[in-house]
Design a protein around this ligand. Structure first.
Ligand code: NAD
Ligand code: WQD
Length: 338
């Protein structure tokens, strides 16, 4: 079975390539390297002792993508390729709508042309907005989304659902990730944000390693146990394994399937700081700041549907998430560049 992984050189994509190769899938990566480095894929090959095919192609380049489908026999697609910085999407909405939506349309058109009918899509808990129910089940209505990035996720979900309505054989798994963190336990691949990180975990680890001075904790007056925001952090290797389970679902059944990928446990920002200090044996400097625009108090998954239907359960705990992040950070203080 051959799987096309769009955005496969990125953070979650590279970890998923490892799991795919270890499961015996043939892997074809398409990535324009706009937010990643080819070195991640070299390391994937080294870690698995297996080869994958890599095409440096932009999804917006339809001819380039058609060439890949002509050369490779693709059975299924895992679609990671997207821009994902929430703040940037507010400043540059057109860039986000164009890249994420048009990229997905081109991909689906080429899939249709080549009769490829399985897709696993990277969605996000962001589609729930400020959730009405906690823990969040898949039945929870999509909420008011406050940024263009999140809007693109909700729109891409709808595009895939509509394609299935017109062609029942076109089958889709929408995976709504909670907060992916951590790294492969080898420390060879991990998250390599460009510039100053937007997300909590890479920010904490750059403070720990001395690249950044102090963490700003956005808000300490939320209605949570310690006043700081609560999230459902999931280890990226668990998340990647969720994609294999989703592919296997499509090998058994046709339709549209929606799953939360989270642990079901919520941790506050202060919990994360303490856990990282323990795992890294460092001191994290932090100061409380104003709430960040668009943030919600609390968000964690009810992960039971994925457990029931996919036999998926996230098993790596918070300590492992921090230890693995720290190993990646200390082995690669400048990411893939040096
Ligand atoms: P990432 O930026 O590391 O990976 C995305 C990859 O897609 C990058 O390698 C980038 O170069 C590539 N890409 C972007 N636009 C492209 C295009 N037009 N053509 C070809 N390649 C393109 O991000 P990630 O954290 O690995 O996220 C993967 C997916 O998961 C994204 O769709 C993201 O929105 C989604 N997601 C991520 C998170 C998170 O917190 N990391 C949470 C929920 C959902
Ligand atoms: C986590 C908590 C912050 C940074 C985002 C996207 C979401 C999804 C995952 C892609 C919050 C606090 C953070 C900092 C802080 N991405 N924080 N200081 O906002 O839950 O989700 O990434 O789909 O769509 O919105 O993740 O890591 O940014 O924040 O205090 O410097 O840490 O306020 O409570 P978030 P995050």
């Amino acid at each position: 079975m051959s799987v096309l992984v769009t955005g496969g050189a990125g953070y979650i994509g590279s970890h998923t390539c490892v799991e795919l190769l270890n499961e015996g899938y043939e892997v074809v990566v398409v990535d324009n390297l706009s937010n990643s480095s080819k070195i991640s894929l070299d390391r994937v090959e080294k870690l698995t002792n297996k080869k994958l095919k890599f095409y440096e192609v932009d999804l917006l380049n339809k001819e380039g993508l058609r060439d890949v489908f002509k050369k490779e026999k693709i059975d299924s697609v895992i679609h990671f390729a997207a821009l994902k910085a929430v703040g940037e999407s507010v400043k540059e909405p057109l860039k986000y709508y164009h890249n994420n939506i048009a990229g997905t349309l081109v991909l689906c058109e080429v899939m249709k042309e080549f009769n490829v009918k399985n897709i696993v899509f990277s969605s996000s808990a962001t589609v729930y907005g400020d959730p009405k129910i906690i823990p969040i089940t898949e039945e929870c209505e999509k909420g008011e989304i406050t940024n263009p990035y999140g809007q693109t996720k909700a729109m891409m979900e709808q595009i895939l659902i509509d394609i299935n309505k017109a062609d029942k054989d076109f089958s889709v798994v929408l995976l709504r990730y909670f907060n992916p963190v951590g790294a492969h336990e080898s420390g060879e691949i991990g998250e390599d944000p460009k510039g100053i990180p937007n997300n909590l975990m890479p920010y904490i680890s750059q403070v720990a390693v001395g690249k950044l001075k102090s963490l700003s904790v956005f808000g300490n007056d939320y209605n949570t146990k310690d006043g700081t925001g609560v999230r459902d952090y999931i280890h990226v290797v668990d998340l990647s394994i969720g994609h294999i389970k989703a592919l296997k679902k499509l090998e058994r059944e046709r339709g549209v399937f929606i799953y939360n990928l989270g642990t079901g446990v919520g941790y506050s920002v202060l919990d994360m700081i303490k856990a990282f200090e323990r795992a890294s044996n460092t001191k994290i400097n932090y100061e409380f700041k104003e709430r960040r625009g668009g943030d919600i108090a609390c968000c964690y998954a009810d992960p039971s549907k994925a457990q029931r239907e996919l036999n998926f359960k996230a098993i790596r705990d918070l300590n492992k998430m921090c230890e693995d992040t720290w190993r990646w950070q200390t082995k690669n203080p400048n990411g893939y560049e040096k």
